[in-house]
Design a protein around this ligand. Sequence first.
Ligand code: ADP
Length: 614
Amino acid sequence: MKKRESGTLRKVLSLVHKLTPGYLALLLIIKMLSAALPFIGIFFSSKILDGIIRADGFDNIFKNVIIMISLVAVTILLQWGLEIIQGVKKFELKNKINQMISLKTMDIDYDILEKHETLDMIKKAEEGMSAHGDIMAFCENLAGVIERIATIIYSVALLVPLFIPKAGVLSSDAGLFCVFLNKWYSLFLLAAVLVLHVLVSFFTNKKVAKIKMDWFERNVTFNRYFSYWFNLIFDYSIGKYIRLYKMQNLITKKIVETNDKLEGECRLMVGKNIKVMFFPTLSEFVLTLTSYAYVGLKAVYALISTGSSLLYISAYKRLVDAIAGISQTFIHVKIESRYLSFFYDYMQIENKRYEGTIPTEKRDDNVFEIEFRDVSFKYANTETYALRHVNQKIKLGTKNAVVGKNGAGKTTFIKLLCRLYEPTEGQILLNGVDIRYYDYKDYAALFSVVFQDFNLFSFPVGENIAAGKDYDKARVIECIEKSGFKARFDKFEKGLDTPLFQYHDENGVEISGGEAQKLAIARALYKDAPFVIMDEPTSALDPVAEYEIYKKFDEMVEGKTSIYISHRMSSCRFCDNILVFDEGKIVEQGNHDKLMQNGGLYSSLWNAQAQYYA
Ligand code: ADP
């Protein structure tokens, strides 16, 4: 076994043992029992048959029948009980592995997560661990070696008498062929066809496994697309667009295209498999014919009893299957190690983000000052800079606005500030220290953010706002009040326990876009962080609700530093400092009056909007 396989093998076994202790031992016992089961039948049925042929008494035959039935029943019962326990453990193991993949995905650097190749790696890890590699099947295969070794021992023990020469067989009486069959070395005939069949099976299986692996690697992206289309269809919130824009045909076409591609690849794989599978079928035919002829002729020449010929044929067939099975296990281990290694490849992706260690100061006075020092940023796989040479201090306790045309770099500026990405050049400092040196979780705790694509979850309202299970109910309700959601909230029969959306609960409530935005604002307020960042926080609100929120903003952000991205120029008017972005640069800044006097980009944006209100 090569280093990679044995490495994966060790890692898999220790992972399984760590996640579900006892699972491997259980598997071994079950395999030993299932190896023994057929031999009980083979052994006793040949005894019973011989007894009938010899016309033994009924008692003797009946005794063998009872022993056989009792042994089979006990073995089956034991196996059944253990398999139930194993089933539970299997479920537990699968859940724990899914949990590992989920936790990793929630923790991985954001810029790594959004890459196409990472999404493929996640799919490979998931499928490698379940659909294809299947860690449980991998362990069963390994335990299968024990079952097969046991089968080899049982069948060899049963086969030994077949090769013991019968005394008194003379060539003059029986003929040369009969004498040859009676010699112990005639076993080489059976051994030769056995070796031939095992070798043919081994190379064929190796080839089949390779064909399957190539197919898997080639199709992982298409499989992911397939999952994407299906998730889209079953997400009822997207259902309205599908209906109104009559997208059924478009989506069906895309599914059919992906399906055709996958089906074509599947047909290709099956075609290749059929060709290679011809050889083991042929060798098995030769093997079966030889073994029947060998054992049958021995019975005809009266070298063995008729009853035992049944036993020898079954034992020989099981011996062949067991040896072929062991050789196949090596292929499985090799190939499944490759599938399982996708899981380890994914788990080993290292975050590039510098994981700082310095705790942020827990300051009651919220004295935190941010500085962008010559910051430039380029998204991965893009040529142009989204931000270029940004130098900016955000002063403590100020109200800041960020304005500019679409694509000017406003959201990127905020994402860098929140450490979702790291600057390509330059530094961002918090109280004079590069933000990368701060402990990430500590740093993230400084920001209450409402992005434009705020997401609410199909959890109860309270958990959505508090972003946790244990929360201060009074404070959650206070935030609901401040964000203007109280009137709607009062109608919820289950209060904070009211589930949002119908995904997980038939009593889940549906809310409007504006109401969802109010909840997202409440979530930001509940976090009570020293920086409040809102990207178009009122875009979905009606004019009255927007007015109400803006009236309350002063109170909400009192003592904090706030940054608003807004296209409603009127909302900037009351900010201390307005940063005007254009093509990734800050081209102007100051308060409203100063910027209007400048007559630059800000005033043209303002005038463009103001003319509709004039
Ligand atoms: P704004 O918020 O001002 O509308 P953004 O900061 O979102 O603009 O975008 C700035 C530029 O960066 C745009 O050209 C946009 O297309 C590009 N961009 C934004 N997000 C990504 C991303 N994840 N990958 C590549 N380019 C991006």
